[in-house]
Write a protein that binds this ligand. Sequence first.
Ligand code: ATP
Ligand code: CA
Ligand code: CA
Length: 408
Amino acid sequence: MYNMLTGIRIGVSRCQAKIRRPLTDLDYTAKHKFTFDIVGNELTPSAKYDFKFKDYAPWVFRELREYFHLDPADYLLSLTAKYILSELGSPGKSGSFFYFSRDYRFIIKTIRHGEHKFLRSILKDYHEHVKANPHTLLSRFYGLHRVKLPRGKKIHFVIMNNLFPPHRDIHETYDLKGSAVGREYPEEKAAQKKGAVLKDLNWIKRGRELELGPEKRAMFEAQIRSDVELLQKLNIMDYSLLIGLHDMKRGNKENLRQDALQVVQPETNAGALKREPTTGKRGTEKDAFALRAAVRRSDPKALGSTATARLPERETSDRHHFVFYQDEGGFRSTNENNEATDWVYYFGIIDTLTLYNGVKRGEHYWKSLTNNSTMISAIHPVPYGKRFCNFLFSVIRGADKSQRPRME
Ligand code: ATP
Ligand code: CA
Ligand code: CA
């Protein structure tokens, strides 16, 4: 973690210090290499450990961060302040690790080499899409990097937006794909575990709907369509709409965010990366709790003593630029007359780096032997996108339910 953050600090500030210039084709494939060691040299300051760092396409990401209205100083501060990150562990099946920046705005996700190569290969299309679609719902990629440790282990990672806000309880979370096979989180377990990520079948069984009046509904549908078109063109599948529901009637009194926040101090937790992600949190929860309480009380003294993270109380500055993130950092539900109702939705399309290749084709074949082949997750990107859209449009209140893909 220390290496990742030190690398980012040097890489990003190096690029940011130069005068802006138009991108060239070479910028998309560029990589800048930094070697860190204990002694340091004129290019890299001395570091605590020996490691190598690569910054991919720095000029492209610099421009992307501009489109996403990130303030460069803010970005660096969030990612590289002394005490940094809390750990989400490894929630998916893929084995990727997730870390939050200390203010909860950014997520670092470790990715596989294949995903890394793939992102580099589609970077130009992604960049063009973001430029043409300022309100895109696709995962926002702010940086792509690699660290290499002395024994040669390479870790690739991206920096992305955290869809969920630091200052709001999320009452239910869903990861929706429009597929039915394996798309249910056991309800008994969900009752035990606050903040569990539920899936398509839970959404249907609980009778959830997206309450969007005509105006917001049109915006939502148009953006999803445009984003999915790109994903289809790039041969991507297996992505989902991650959606957090905030019920304004319940407000923030249950203090749910605290569960998600586990503060890790890089200084004292050098072994944190190696630790079992699900068991290592004891002892840090108390800190997070104290911190949260201090933030609530705005008590600077208490904050000083537990200042291991910084939780902004209000919405941070970039979100108000984007329609889908402009109401309290999210998208407020509306009725048929386009008047606000009781929900705030926090959503975006995540896990967008899976190319439909040999592995996924094989998975399709094996799963289709035992299941209805249109309902499984691994299908060709074109029908995948179509099914994804149909499902999302069918869960909007008042939608024609007969359009809903059959989910039995
Ligand atoms: P798999 O390939 O098995 O689905 P993965 O490791 O690629 O898993 P993702 O699907 O990208 O992981 O994400 C796993 C979970 O992490 C999500 O369901 C969500 O809870 C959380 N998560 C991922 N991206 C974000 C984000 N941008 N904002 C907030 N939470 C996120
Ligand atoms: Ca996923
Ligand atoms: Ca994945």
